[in-house]
Design a protein around this ligand. Sequence first.
Ligand code: SF4
Length: 102
Amino acid sequence: MNPSLPRRVFLLSLAATGAAIATSAQAQAMVDEKDPQAVALGYVSEAKRADVKKYAKYAAGQNCTGCALYQGKAADKAGACPLFAGKQVAGAGWCSAYAKKA
Ligand code: SF4
């Protein structure tokens, strides 16, 4: 038996696991409020910090979990939003594209 084969298999498994972890970490990256897209949309990770002078449409009680674009579950602390591809928004967050869930 070739003794290097199990080692190669192990190293390939390790590489695959590392790639999976890296992909997972990327998927879980949170939107930074300073990202240009976040700034453009007035995104804040806590809805209560929404700039009400700039975004009069904000009303107390609105947040990402109640937004039609939020892809997480209502109880999730964070979830995906199509406006921020590859990142997650805070469930308690808010942005000016908020659209109440039907
Ligand atoms: S579009 Fe909706 S889910 Fe996405 S960041 Fe804005 S309020 Fe949150």
